[in-house]
Design a protein around this ligand. Sequence first.
Ligand SMILES: Nc1ncnc2c1ncn2[C@@H]1O[C@H](COP(=O)(O)OP(=O)(O)O)[C@@H](O)[C@H]1O
Ligand SMILES: [Mg+2]
Length: 243
Amino acid sequence: MSPGPQAEKKSPGDTKGASSDTLSLNGVGLQYDDGPEVLADVSLTIPARSFYFLTGPSGAGKTSLLSLMYLAKRPTRGNVILFGENVTEAKRGRLAMLRRRLGVVFQDFRLLDHMTAFDNVALPLRVAGVAPNVVQRDVTELLKWVGLEDEMGKHPAALSGGQQQRVAIARAVVNRPKFILADEPTGNVDDVIALRLMLLFVEMHKIGSSVIIATHNHSLVERFAFPRLHLADGVVTQIPAGE
Ligand SMILES: Nc1ncnc2c1ncn2[C@@H]1O[C@H](COP(=O)(O)OP(=O)(O)O)[C@@H](O)[C@H]1O
Ligand SMILES: [Mg+2]
């Protein structure tokens, strides 16, 4: 069960810098316009190679929290530290560079409409300068894994919501990012595919990524023994696996 030949690229000595492969929020608050704080005083550290579910009622701030982690939003107070670097006030260009080491699955997918499924998934590898034969091999294998081998040449408009979601997931993991942040990534697929997608995230975790999955799917949360970050009233509570 391999999500792609990328898994084999890691050399034995490739652990350098692992201690700084963390994501921390220190006293973070987030407010939209003049509204109440959606997040209030959130402090947490996501260590390297961890796996968390992010749970909480609709409107609790899960998407907002992921946006802070993905550096798409800046906190209105507190600091975000990524890879040992305080990025709270980092320049936009620097944020864009750092974001290349993050894989994100947006709730609304955000695929590029003018590109095929294959090219959407290939994009992070091409941006990183990966050789075309490797791109071909890895993207094909990953799209097969998510059950889209017959859809590779199609544009997003020709795909169902669940298929688009799987393209978005493949795109987020293809480059083996240090952090994979996924917002309700199994919201549009049936239980069998949801389980298969979860196994892909677990596989990415095994080969070194930290994974955070916002989900409403209680059966998935119960089935996989991973700890939870639970959001309610603007506050994150860490809940150990199995509770
Ligand atoms: N761009 C925005 N502008 C104003 N309010 C927002 C915006 N995005 C989210 N919110 C508000 O922030 C709160 C948390 O939203 P969100 O992070 O989407 O929660 P969740 O993902 O847990 O459903 C909600 O009250 C929502 O209405
Ligand atoms: Mg949300």
